[in-house]
Design a protein around this ligand. Sequence first.
Ligand code: RFL
Length: 433
Amino acid sequence: MAKRYFHYDEIASEQSAGYTKALGEEFVPGPVDGEDLIRSRTQVAIVGAGPAGLVLALLLQHEGIDCVVVERQTQAYVETRARAGFIEHRVVEFLRQHGLSEGLDLRGVPHTTCEFRHGGSQYIVPYGDLSGGAHVVYPQQFLVRDLLELFTSRGGKVLFSHPAVKMEGMEDNRAVVTCVVQDSSDSPLQLELECDFVAGCDGFHGLSRTSIPSTHVMTFTKQYGIGWLALLAEVPSSMKRIVYALHDSGFAGQMPRTPQVTRFYLECLPGDLESEWPDDRVWRELRKRMAIDGENDLITGPIIERRVLDMRSVVTEPMQYGNLFLAGDAAHIITPVGAKGMNLAIADAEVLARALIAHYRKRDGTLLREYSKTRLPHVWRVQEFSDWMLRLIHSTDGSNEQAFSERLRRARLERLCGSNAYANLFAESYVGR
Ligand code: RFL
């Protein structure tokens, strides 16, 4: 049966009313496993409305390049998913240059100092002065909301509740992304999105990376055998700076988020269940591990989120396959130790956008061909820094030689506070200059 083609504008504008009802006799149901089918076309299909996908979408939109974002989750889910908070100096500058920083400039808080606590001593590192840069603390969900609002207010279309379920034709210039339309009707509808390019910005559990034949990619993985209990508490930050506490019982950290909400981390066993960490145990461990000379100034309050994370890092090489380009967590994940994941995702989107713009505006495909080669050295530099930091703040290095590791940690901290060259290198990598 012949299939009718729709521009995504027609689909998106009718989305709230439900496709079936809105398009009525306008579309011809196709015989795809008994499901209805709609076809549409765009230049760049962006899979995933996280930081990578939305930054890419805005940069392409600015250049008049047609793109459509398909997102598995609902808008409400995407706009409230709390994860990152530290935005690197270079990324802040980039967002400003492109007019994407209004909310961040209004509500973000610059941070320039961090503190390590070890054996009753405090080691304060003024990384801002050392590097001439600053982090801005601005929760990821706020940034995502800002980017979404900008993109849609300029006419951009994001198809929420549209999980991509199939990607084909990337190797022979006939890329098609198939999504299932999750509406309330009984018969599910499929959307086939034909495009020149697919930007796989769908995070670590997305479809893009796994759509590349295994013969064409290498995946490098490091499992650290360490767990972190990631917590969000409805309390103001007790200490106004970022704190990394190195303790015999394990690492504890405090990362400011908003005046009312603070993120804490507690090292735990990788397989721990959240239920094994009730509030009183969490606060007891945080108090103990963050104390200086038995004293601490921790403000306690309701814990609004707790999640056990496995410390692991993964890099996929290359970050492209035919006309499919991976960006952000879809291509690499990094332990949250150095607060780098979202920053890498935005940096990928920046480079990919530049390459796509050169392709469409100058008919020059060089940057696209070299996308992976351009990004991977930066990705590995950041992985190296995160790995260094992870070894600094955890006593478990898998060697059973705990006492030796302890002394190494102290030596590292003393150099960090005693050697300008050492501290400068840390500050530059940490702040992302
Ligand atoms: P995201 O944000 O995961 O977005 C991917 C989007 O793709 C959608 N998706 C699909 N859509 C359509 N079809 C499919 N088949 C799909 N499959 C998935 C998903 O629903 C989602 O909306 O990836 P992106 O854009 O690459 O951004 C990466 C960042 O989110 C991530 O690296 C950071 O959150 C990591 N991270 C931190 N990064 C920092 O730079 N600074 C930090 O301070 C920081 N803190 C953190 C973090 C991550 C954490 N967790 C939870 C792992 C703290 C934590 C606790």
